[in-house]
Design a protein around this ligand. Structure first.
Ligand SMILES: C[S@@+](CC[C@H](N)C(=O)[O-])C[C@H]1O[C@@H](n2cnc3c(N)ncnc32)[C@H](O)[C@@H]1O
Length: 159
């Protein structure tokens, strides 16, 4: 079960589909209606959902999905305000299976930005393991990838 956040023009979508090779299930969430329509056309095996990722949990639960094996983000996290970052990170950690992986990317030039630093701090708070890739200089603009594993589930409050 692969969940893609902010699928955009679809380069991650294409690679996920290539690696799934007809197996599994792939939900691609994209807010832009034109991009979402194109994605569905080019990747008919993916389930493209034209909605805001702020509704992540409801979107998955409504489809009978309670755990994802992989969440892959193409979202511009550094542009999101703090409360949106916090909510989306909590939802991502919540829907990810204990053995699952969350992958996001950050542009190298955004590293010093407060919101980008906040995003990395939030990742470390939300996951037991966070590994940062080398910078991918061939990407335009250069970027790196954050791999997070072992979500820290929020304890259920005692009665
Ligand atoms: C950096 S771009 C696309 C990344 C994608 N991997 C690509 O190369 O096209 C980020 C995408 O996230 C989408 N997006 C931004 N905020 C979103 C939201 N709240 N819910 C769903 N999609 C969102 C944008 O519409 C955009 O297509």
């Amino acid at each position: 079960m692969v969940v893609e956040l902010g699928a955009g023009t679809g380069p991650f979508t294409a690679e996920i589909q290539r690696r799934l090779a007809g197996r599994g299930r792939h939900l691609a969430i994209e807010i832009d209606p034109v991009l979402a329509q194109r994605l569905q056309h080019w990747h008919p095996r993916a389930e493209v959902i034209q909605r805001d990722v702020g509704e992540l949990r409801q979107l998955l639960y409504a489809r009978g999905i309670y755990q994802a094996d992989v969440v892959i983000s193409g979202l511009p996290w550094a542009l999101f305000p703090l409360d949106t970052q916090q909510q989306l990170m909590a939802d991502t950690a919540e829907v990810l299976s204990p053995a699952g992986a969350f992958t996001a990317f950050t542009y190298a030039h955004a590293v010093p930005l407060v919101a980008a630093r906040r995003f990395r701090a939030l990742l470390v708070e939300s996951f037991e393991e966070v590994v940062i890739s080398r910078t991918v200089w061939r990407n335009m603009p250069p970027a790196f990838v954050l791999h997070a594993r072992r979500p820290r589930k929020k304890p259920v409050p005692s009665q």
